[in-house]
Design a protein around this ligand. Structure first.
Ligand SMILES: CC(C)(COP(=O)(O)OP(=O)(O)OC[C@H]1O[C@@H](n2cnc3c(N)ncnc32)[C@H](O)[C@@H]1OP(=O)(O)O)[C@@H](O)C(=O)NCCC(=O)NCCS
Length: 192
């Protein structure tokens, strides 16, 4: 567990001056998170999860609630949200792997509402999770991204992630076409 509190809310000024609040999700955010995820799945661009597989608000609430119990047990996993003028516009997650020999590994995922993109929301939200992961001693951060998802790859490269591997034909689209998937990774300095 970190000595400094990396779970406190953070306010970030976006390039256009708007204050973005980044913080751990509360159970009350579950409906907003579910709405964003459903819209992303419906749009389909770059996504792997299909609309009928998206977690509903109840499942999101359970997931968020479990995060707080995890912290008490020393687990760094976090679901974070970003809010503009009180409205949740994005969410992201850090999942610390469970096996004892992989506890230094965290898996990231993110989604930003279409109306809030290209303002720095994702960069701020992932920066919050990366700082949290570093403070909790994680060393390897990884994520997967479809090879045809150029915006997300640009975001991750900008944040220092590099492509480690290609999972060929990992995704099969509804029309039967296959798409490759990339594993991207960023190492954090080990805090000993
Ligand atoms: C990918 C995604 C998370 C980016 O969110 P965002 O809030 O728009 O990203 P930011 O504004 O923080 O962008 C930070 C940087 O990432 C890169 N980037 C983000 N979107 C980009 C785009 N559409 N085209 C090119 N570069 C892009 C740029 O370098 C950008 O910096 P800049 O705006 O100063 O040029 C968002 O488009 C999204 O949610 N997409 C659908 C879901 C998804 O693909 N999730 C990831 C699955 S792996």
């Amino acid at each position: 567990m970190a000595e400094i509190d990396t779970t406190a809310p953070r306010t970030v000024a976006l390039a256009d001056g708007a204050p973005l609040v980044v913080r751990p999700a509360a159970v009350a955010d579950a409906p907003a998170v579910a709405v964003i995820e459903r819209a992303l799945a419906l749009a389909g661009d770059g996504m792997v999860v299909a609309v009928d597989q998206v977690r509903d608000a109840t499942a999101e609430a359970h997931r968020i609630d479990a995060m707080y119990r995890g912290w008490s047990a020393g687990d760094a996993s976090m679901i974070a949200v970003a809010a503009l003028a009180g409205e949740v516009v994005a969410h992201a997650s850090l999942r610390q792997l469970a096996p004892a020999r992989c506890r230094h590994v965290g898996v990231l995922a993110i989604g930003v509402a279409a109306t809030a993109r290209r303002r720095g929301v994702a960069a701020a939200l992932l920066g919050y999770l990366v700082d949290h992961a570093a403070a909790w001693g994680l060393v390897r951060l990884e994520l997967t991204v479809r090879a045809d998802n150029a915006p997300a790859q640009a975001l991750y490269r900008r944040l220092g992630f590099v492509v480690e591997a290609t999972r060929a034909r990992f995704v099969r689209l509804d029309d039967g076409r296959y798409v490759d998937d990339l594993v991207m990774v960023r190492f954090l300095p080990a805090i000993t």
